[in-house]
Design a protein around this ligand. Structure first.
Ligand code: AP5
Length: 219
């Protein structure tokens, strides 16, 4: 499976990517996670990326491209990948296209998540993430609470809200998605790759909808 997931913040890209990884064995690669790891490690890239991420704007293409293409070249992506949050600009889409064409491994499809804005805000305001970078499990205070309030079920570390999950930054991220990433849907539609997914409702229902699309494409 070689797929990309396009969708606004909080549409469930990370949640569904992890389920797809488990079901289909393709590697989940999230540009946001790669950037947050660089910020955490205080690398030069991380220091440059942080101000953009904190304000909810996109990290410049020249910073993002290298880190994602390097990740896609690793051996664990040989059997396929699920790209979450990348590409996000026409330049990123063109670069991905050329890279995959050179390697003779084109995309199977582009999943486009659609979800109402009130659900996005509910999901992001209630998101909690494990503070241990090696774990990074994601929860939701209402929809996916941990067994013990504020504590990761998996590693016992404390749960925190993501720094960019504030009302003001969420608003900015939604606008940035509409303006800068929305046009990519047309790019992939022209290539015949778009599969629109109703990403509202429970995670298991969304997953079933995606699985039906993937299995129909595989026939
Ligand atoms: P990134 O990390 O990609 O964030 P995002 O696109 O804003 O998306 P999110 O991670 O917030 O949401 P998601 O759709 O993955 O939802 P999730 O599954 O977690 O990017 C962050 C920043 O990094 C950007 O603003 C930018 O600065 C930079 N960046 C990243 N990539 C870049 C690129 N390519 N170019 C330039 N800059 C880049 O779900 C959210 C919550 O909802 C969770 O709590 C979850 O449990 C819950 N939930 C999920 N699904 C459901 C459901 N069906 N029902 C109920 N709750 C649900």
């Amino acid at each position: 499976m070689r797929t990309i997931i396009l969708g606004p913040p909080g549409s469930g890209k990370g949640t569904q990517s992890r389920l797809l990884e488990r079901q289909y064995g393709a590697q989940h690669v999230a540009s946001g996670d790669l950037l947050r790891e660089a910020v955490e490690k205080e690398t030069e890239l991380g220091r440059k990326a942080k101000e953009y991420m904190d304000s909810g704007t996109l990290v410049p293409d020249d910073l993002v491209l290298g880190i994602v293409t390097e990740r896609l070249g690793r051996v664990d992506c040989t059997n396929g990948f699920i790209l979450d949050g990348f590409p996000r600009t026409p330049a990123q889409a063109q670069e991905l296209d050329s890279l995959l064409a050179q390697e003779g491994r084109p995309l199977d499809h582009a999943l486009v998540f659609e979800v109402a804005e009130d659900q996005i805000i509910d999901r992001l305001m209630g998101r909690r993430t494990c503070s241990n970078p090696a774990c990074g499990r994601t929860y939701h205070v209402k929809f996916k609470p941990p067994r013990v309030d504020g504590v990761c079920d998996s590693c016992g570390s404390s749960l925190v809200a993501r720094e960019d999950d504030t009302p003001q930054t969420i608003r900015k991220r939604i606008d940035v998605y509409d303006e800068q990433s929305g046009p990519l849907v047309e790019f992939y539609r022209r290539a015949g790759l778009v599969r629109s997914i109703d990403a509202g409702g429970a995670p298991s229902d969304v997953f079933d909808r995606i699985a039906r699309v993937i299995e129909a494409d595989a026939r």
